[in-house]
Each structure stands twice: as structure tokens, then as C-alpha cells.
Design a binder for this molecule. Structure first.
Ligand SMILES: Cc1cc2nc3c(=O)[nH]c(=O)nc-3n(C[C@H](O)[C@H](O)[C@H](O)COP(=O)(O)OP(=O)(O)OC[C@H]3O[C@@H](n4cnc5c(N)ncnc54)[C@H](O)[C@@H]3O)c2cc1C
Length: 480
């Protein structure tokens, strides 16, 4: 009668981590995602910081999962082969009178279980990071903070879940949910499915999905954060993640190297009505440039290569909601997953899988595959090994993206691996083709040709990111 034991709504990091942890069990599970790929929501546009865990309130679920997620990330990055680095973070205090706020963060971190926290004086800060403003008074140093590639994290979790038996349905939007005997009926734009359990990991839409089944309403505000991404030539401006002292709207504007060597400045915090409203504004970008300059001097803002924004799923009580929804047995919320959701996702997955496995009485499987290899980057090989690879597979000798030096071989791998890329952004998130200084100006047509050839599609059907985001338009299809 049931199509699945569990259906997970949302293929962001929360849904993918839940899917991966559930795939340790004998279970018929499926992820439903309205977009054409995983990592298309908030998980693709954030600061990519693996937070140490001193921000969230003592005793909150957010604090617990943040610290646990931080502790799990290093081993997970080895198992699933995604880039992660513990670069450490500094919270900058500019005025002596703000020292009590810095001390509060330190004390909270200690209570939350964050290890190795230290308050540094001005000289220690400047020795560690010479480009911090001369106005610095002190800073909170958290060596356990890190930076991660959010795309690779999300994709790795999903791929590994898929290899372990979890199905993925893309371009499939949940439109309504009805309670049935022993489970739920999901009405989607691509048909109706019956499942015993649901995991609601729908990001900014998690309130909408929750309110389909529970009388106890929740409300999520989309809180936009704008960013500027700077060229790799600016990536060494700071080596640690530099935070401002948090204010009413959260952690404030940060400056950080990215895991791939760029410099990231942002985010703002602007509440918006539109849950798809990821447009940046001039005012937002001006504001973040001004604020970032207060803590870090001589920011090379002429090196900006792109701007973007992401939407935080801000729940009214600013807490993760993970557990069975009131009056909706077998419906497990994974809602209000705003920052530090990326950091916490391994722990969120563990918690969701624990709840669902107990609910359904699931047994662990013996043949769970815990590891996965990412797309091979030939530049990580020795010259000799690269030569052998190119001889065996000449596509690894054909550079497609000149800025990021991505080869045809990597793009072929991205397309043909489990849950492979079907769009330009899908290739970009798996290989970095198009992420460099020219922002895909040069490589787009070449990547499109490979996608068309390998997926047996017309150039007219290749999209930037699914849906109507077609790149080639017109009527004369015979010319291509
Ligand atoms: C500006 C900003 C900065 C941040 N910085 C950090 C940071 O540095 N460190 C950190 O730890 N966290 C950070 N976060 C938070 C982190 O990015 C999120 O907590 C995390 O990505 C949320 O993942 P998710 O899976 O819950 O949501 P999402 O990634 O949004 O995934 C939800 C998915 O559900 C799908 N969906 C929605 N409705 C439906 C439907 N009806 N049917 C089918 N599918 C549906 C969506 O398409 C989407 O793909 C930041 C967030 C923002 C916005």
C-alpha cells in the first residue's frame, strides 16, 4: 500500500544528511526536491563556515547540534571526500566597553562545550591577522571553527545516500499532504505518493509544509543575506574567519577566505516577503562593504567577481525544530534550520534518523557503504600521475574552464556519477567550472556542448539551473 517507508521533502543539507543517516538502515526512502538538483536552496548560498558553537543560546538544540556537527565534520569530510579546513575564527571587539559582550560569547562557548576558546589582546590579534583594523581592542579566538565547500558537502551526502539505496525525485514539488491510515499521502506536481513517515526539510518553506498537517502553526521568515565574492588574488587577505561582535540580527558581516581560496564578504540580514527573493541590492552591498571595512582594513573590493544572496529560514523562536509535529504522528519536522544549519547538518541527520528508525522499528543494514570519492581534480596529482591519467583518458587534458582549470574529464565525471549534473549550475557546483574570475563567460558554451552530447539533449533544452532558465532561445532549432 505504501510507496515508501519515509519521504524526505527537500534536498538541501538537512534533507541530504537525514537521507544519508537513514540509508544506514533497511528502509525504503525517497528525497523529493522541487528543483532540478540537490543543493538549490539555502545550502548553496551561505558563508560556508563550520561554526565553533559559542553563538547559540546555552541549552538550546541549536547549540547542541552545532557543537556536535562541528566535531563530526572533519571525519565526515574524509569519509565523503569534500573540502574542509579548520582555519579558526576571530570575533573582533573594537571598543573596551564591548568587552562584556565578548566575554559573554566566551562563557557561552564554554558552557556549550566549545574547546580551546581564548580571548586575545590587540597585539596577539594583529600578530595573527595583520590586516585587522588598528582599532581592534581584543578578539575571541576559536581554533575549532572551519570552512567547508557547501556544494560538495550537500552533494556528497546525497550521492552517498543514493548509493546506499535512497531514491531522489527532482522537479517534484509537494503541493499538499493528507493524513491516511498509518501514514500520509503526498500530492505533488508529478503524482501522488503514500508514505509511512515524512521528514520536512523544506528550508524556508518548512512552515508551509508543517502547517499542511499540524494545528500548531509555525512561521518562518526569509531573511536575506547579501555577499560579495572576491577573486582568488584577494584570498590571502585574512587567513581566519573574521566576525564582528553579534548584534540583534545575528552574527553581522564577516570576512573569510573560502575553502577554494577566494575571499567572501557578507552577509547582510534583511527580512523579505518572497521566499524566492534572492536578488541582491545596491544598498545591501554598500552596507556590507561599509561594515566589513570596520574590522578588516584595506579590503580589496575592486577584486569583486560576483555578488549573490541566500535566505535564512528564520523561525520566530530562533531555534531548530526537530521532532514529531504536534498532532501529526510520523511527520518529523526539520524546520527553522538557519545558521548554524550547515555546521549542524551531520548531527541533524543523526537526530532525524534516530527518531525515524525508532518510529518505524528499522534495523541497521550490514552492507552500508560509508565512503565516497568526489570528482577527481587532476591538479591534486603528481605530474607523472597526471600524465598517465591524460594518456588513459585524454579528456583530462582538455581544459574547459580556464579560470578554475577544470578539464572535460571532470565535467564528464560530474555528469555520469550518481545524481549527476544536468545543468550548467549542476556542473559548476560539482567541478567549479564557471566559478572563476570570468564567471562562466568563456566556458558556458563549451560546458553546454558537453552536457548536450552526454545527456542526449538539444542545446535548446540545456538550462542554467532547471525550469525555464534556458540559455539558447529562438525558433531556428536546425542551426544547432
Ligand atoms: C546568509 C546565510 C549565511 C549562512 N551561513 C552559514 C554558515 O556560515 N554556517 C552554517 O552552519 N550555516 C549557515 N547558514 C545556514 C545554512 O545555510 C542553512 O541552515 C542550511 O543550508 C539549511 O539547509 P536546509 O536543507 O534546511 O534548507 P535548503 O538548503 O533551503 O533546502 C530545502 C530544500 O527544500 C526544497 N523544497 C522546498 N519546498 C519544497 C516542496 N514543496 N517540495 C519539494 N521540495 C521543496 C527546496 O527547493 C530546497 O532545495 C547560512 C544561511 C544563510 C542564508
Amino acid at each position: 500500500m505504501f510507496d515508501y517507508d519515509v519521504m524526505i521533502i527537500g534536498g538541501g543539507v538537512a534533507g541530504a544528511a537525514s537521507a544519508r543517516e537513514l540509508s544506514r538502515y533497511k528502509v525504503k526512502a525517497c528525497v523529493i526536491e522541487k528543483e532540478e538538483d540537490v543543493c538549490c536552496g539555502t545550502s548553496k548560498a551561505n558563508s560556508a563556515i563550520v561554526h565553533a558553537g559559542y553563538d547559540a543560546a546555552e541549552g538550546s538544540l541549536m547549540a547542541k547540534l552545532n557543537v556536535r556537527g562541528n566535531q563530526m565534520m572533519e571525519e565526515l569530510s574524509r569519509e565523503l571526500d569534500f573540502p574542509f579546513k579548520k582555519n579558526g575564527s576571530l570575533v573582533i571587539c573594537l571598543h573596551e566597553e564591548d568587552m562584556p559582550s565578548l566575554q559573554t560569547l566566551y562563557d557561552r562557548g564554554v558552557v556549550n562545550g566549545v574547546k580551546e576558546l581564548r580571548i586575545l589582546n590587540k597585539e596577539e590579534v594583529l600578530e595573527m591577522e595583520p590586516n585587522i583594523s588598528d582599532n581592534v581592542y581584543a578578539a575571541l579566538y576559536a581554533p575549532t571553527a572551519g570552512i567547508v565547500c557547501p556544494f560538495s558537502l550537500n552533494i556528497a551526502l546525497a550521492e552517498n545516500a543514493n548509493v546506499n539505496g535512497v531514491e531522489f525525485k527532482f522537479d517534484t514539488e509537494v503541493e499538499d499532504i493528507k493524513r491516511i491510515d498509518g501514514g500520509y499521502k503526498l500530492m505533488t506536481n508529478r503524482g501522488v505518493y503514500q508514505t509511512k513517515c515524512i521528514v520536512n526539510a523544506a528550508g524556508v518553506y518548512a512552515d508551509k509544509i508543517h502547517n499542511m498537517v499540524s494545528e500548531k502553526r509555525i512561521h518562518i521568515t526569509a531573511r536575506r543575506g547579501d555577499y560579495c565574492l572576491l577573486d582568488k588574488s584577494a584570498g590571502g587577505h585574512v587567513s581566519k574567519t573574521i566576525f564582528a561582535l553579534p548584534g540583534k540580527y545575528g552574527k553581522g558581516v564577516l570576512v573569510t577566505p573560502t575553502i577554494h581560496g577566494n575571499l567572501l564578504v557578507g552577509p547582510t540580514a534583511i527580512d523579505v516577503e518572497d521566499k524566492e527573493g534572492t536578488n541582491t541590492t545596491r544598498e545591501g552591498l554598500d552596507l556590507l562593504i561599509e561594515k566589513a571595512g570596520m574590522n578588516v582594513r584595506n579590503l580589496p573590493m575592486r577584486q569583486v567577481i560576483t555578488s549573490f544572496s541566500g535566505l535564512r529560514a528564520h523561525e520566530d523562536d530562533h531555534e531548530f525544530i526537530i521532532g514529531e509535529a504536534e498532532g501529526a504522528e510520523g511527520f518529523i519536522d526539520c524546520a527553522g534550520i538557519e545558521s548554524p544549519g550547515l555546521t549542524s547538518c551531520p548531527a541533524i541527520g543523526e537526530m532525524v534518523a534516530d527518531i525515524v528508525s525508532k518510529k518505524l522499528g528499522l534495523q541497521k543494514k550490514e552492507d552500508f557503504i560509508a565512503t565516497r570519492k568526489g570528482v577527481l581534480d587532476p591538479s591534486t596529482l603528481t605530474k607523472e600521475a597526471r600524465a598517465v591519467l591524460m594518456k588513459e583518458k585524454p579528456a583530462y587534458g582538455n581544459i574547459i574552464c580556464r579560470c578554475e582549470m577544470v578539464t572535460e574529464g571532470e565535467i564528464l565525471d560530474a555528469i555520469h556519477r550518481p545524481l549527476g549534473a544536468r545543468s550548467l549550475d549542476g556542473v559548476k557546483r560539482r567541478t567549479r567550472a564557471g566559478m572563476g574570475r570570468c564567471q562562466a563567460g568563456f566556458c558556458s558554451p563549451r560546458t553546454m556542448e558537453i552536457l548536450a552530447r552526454e545527456c542526449n539533449m538539444s542545446m535548446f533544452d540545456i538550462t542554467k539551473s532547471g525550469g525555464n532558465s534556458k540559455i539558447v532561445v529562438g525558433t531556428n532549432k536546425d542551426t544547432l
